[in-house]
Design a protein around this ligand. Structure first.
Ligand SMILES: O=C([O-])CC(=O)C(=O)O
Ligand SMILES: [Mg+2]
Length: 389
C-alpha cells in the first residue's frame, strides 16, 4: 500500500526566556512545531512525523502555512514516494517543497523547509521501523555509533546574574556529566567578559573545558581585541566572532587566534557553507562547523553540505551542530559528526534527550526508538500529540 501525506499542521509556540546573548534577547522567541500526518499505519497507529525549528530564529507559521505545506498537499502523492513505493522519499518531498523557489537569499525560508523536512525524516524512519540514526548509517554505508559527544550551552547574560550565579550554573552542568560548557561573550565590556571567563575557568578547573560564543557581534577590530584576550586561556573554541557572512573577517582572525574557532550556525545552505570553506580560512585540523539542519533546509540539504565538506577535505567529525535537538543527535550518531550542542536548562521541552538518557563523561547513548525518538521524551511528545490529535 502506498503512503500519502494527508496533512501538514503547524503551530507557533513560545520558547521565551529572559536570557540575552551579544545580539538578541529571547523574551519573544518562538518555534514552529510541525506534524506531517501520513496514512501509513505501524504498530496499529497512524504514522505522524514531527519537527520544530531551533532557537535563535523565530517560528515560521506564515511561510509554512502559505507556501510549503500547500505544495506538499497539492503534489501528486506518487511523486513523493521512493522507488519501492512503500515509503516517502525525503529528497522528492524536498524538491516538491522547493518548486518555484529561486536560488540564493537563504533567509527564513530555509527555517520553514528545515522544520517540515525534520518531520518528513521522522515519518520516513518510523515507516521503516528504525531509529533515524540507523536508517542514515545504512543509507550511507556506515556503521552507526550511538555514543555521541554533547556539550552544555548556557552562560547567557540575564538580569541580576552575578559571577556566583554563573559559576553555579556551570557547576550544575558538570554535576550532570558534561565536560565541555559554553558561555556567551560580547554582551558586556571586554574587561567584564574577562572576569566572567576567569570565574568560570576557576569553577570548572580541570574537570571541563570552556567554549565562548560572541554571536556574530564583533567588527574586525573588536574580534581581534577579543582574540588577543581569549588566546591567554585554554578554550575549547571561540565561536562566531563576526557577522556570519563576513568570511574575510573570519579569515583575518585566524592570524590572531591559533586555537580552535567555531562558526556556521547562521549559514543556511550548502552554498553558504561552501563559501565559508572557500573564503573563511577555517582550519580542518582544529576548527568546528555548526550548521544546523533545522535552520538550513533540513537533512536533505545537510547531506549536500557534508558532501561539500568532503570535497574540500573536511571530515564530518569537525561538525558539531547548533541547536540542541534530537534530529542532530541522530545525524551525529548515523553520519559520524563530532557531537551535538545541548541546552540543559533552556528551550524546553524542545531540546534535550529522551527520558532516562544521562550524560556520562560528556557523552550520551542513543536509545533505539523508531524515527527521531521524540516519543521517548514525554514532555515534548505531549505537545506534539496535541497538534496531531
Ligand atoms: O544564543 C543563541 O542564539 C544560541 C547560540 O548561539 C548557540 O547555541 O550557539
Ligand atoms: Mg552560537
Amino acid at each position: 500500500m502506498s503512503v500519502r501525506i494527508v496533512d501538514v499542521r503547524e503551530i507557533t509556540k513560545p520558547i521565551s526566556s529572559p536570557i540575552r546573548n551579544a545580539y538578541i534577547d529571547f523574551t519573544k522567541m518562538t518555534t514552529s512545531l510541525v506534524a506531517v500526518v501520513t496514512d501509513a499505519v505501524r504498530d496499529g497507529k497512524r504514522v505522524v512525523g514531527y519537527g520544530f525549528n531551533s532557537n535563535g530564529r523565530y517560528g515560521q507559521g506564515g511561510l509554512i502555512r502559505e507556501r510549503f505545506a500547500p505544495r506538499l498537499k497539492e503534489a501528486d502523492p506518487k511523486s513523493l514516494l521512493d522507488a519501492s513505493g512503500s515509503n516517502l522519499d525525503p529528497d522528492r518531498v524536498w524538491t516538491a517543497m522547493m518548486s518555484n523557489e529561486k536560488p540564493g537569499g537563504h533567509g527564513e525560508r530555509s527555517v520553514a523547509v528545515g522544520t517540515i523536512d525534520m518531520a518528513v525524516w521522522d515519518a520516513v524512519a518510523k515507516i521503516a521501523g528504525k531509529p533515524l540514526f540507523r536508517l542514515l548509517a545504512e543509507r550511507h554505508g556506515r556503521e552507526a555509533n550511538p555514543r555521541v559527544f554533547v556539550y552544555a550551552a548556557g552562560g547567557y547574560y540575564y538580569p541580576g546574574k552575578d559571577l556566583s550565579v554563573l559559576r553555579g550554573e556551570m557547576r550544575g552542568y558538570l554535576d550532570r556529566g558534561y565536560n565541555v560548557v559554553k558561555m556567551k561573550i560580547g554582551g558586556a565590556p571586554i574587561a567584564e567578559d574577562r572576569e566572567r571567563i576567569e570565574a568560570v575557568l576557576k569553577e570548572i578547573g580541570k574537570d571541563a573545558q570552556l567554549a565562548v560564543d560572541a554571536n556574530g557581534r564583533f567588527d574586525l577590530e573588536t574580534a581581534i581585541a577579543y582574540a588577543k584576550m581569549l588566546r591567554e586561556y585554554p578554550l575549547f573554541w571561540y565561536e562566531e566572532a563576526g557577522d556570519p557572512l563576513d568570511f574575510a573577517l573570519q579569515a583575518a582572525l585566524a592570524e590572531f587566534y591559533p586555537a580552535p574557532m567555531a562558526t556556521g550556525e547562521n549559514l543556511f545552505s550548502h552554498q553558504d557553507a561552501k563559501n565559508l570553506i572557500r573564503y573563511g580560512a577555517m582550519r580542518p585540523d582544529r576548527d568546528w562547523l555548526q550548521f544546523d539542519c533545522a535552520l538550513s533546509y533540513g537533512l536533505c540539504e545537510y547531506q549536500r553540505t557534508l558532501a561539500v565538506l568532503k570535497t574540500h577535505g573536511w571530515s564530518p567529525s569537525r561538525c558539531i551542530p547548533h541547536g540542541g535537538h534530537q534530529m542532530s543527535l541522530n545525524i551525529a550518531a548515523g553520519l559520524g559528526l563530532g557531537g551535538n550542542e545541548s541546552y540543559p536548562d533552556l528551550f524546553q521541552p524542545y531540546g534535550g534527550f529522551p527520558d532516562g538518557v544521562r550524560v556520562e563523561n560528556g557523552h550520551i547513548t542513543m536509545p533505539d526508538l523508531p524515527g527521531i525518538g521524540f516519543e521517548g521524551k514525554s514532555d515534548l511528545y505531549k505537545e506534539m500529540k496535541a497538534l496531531a490529535a
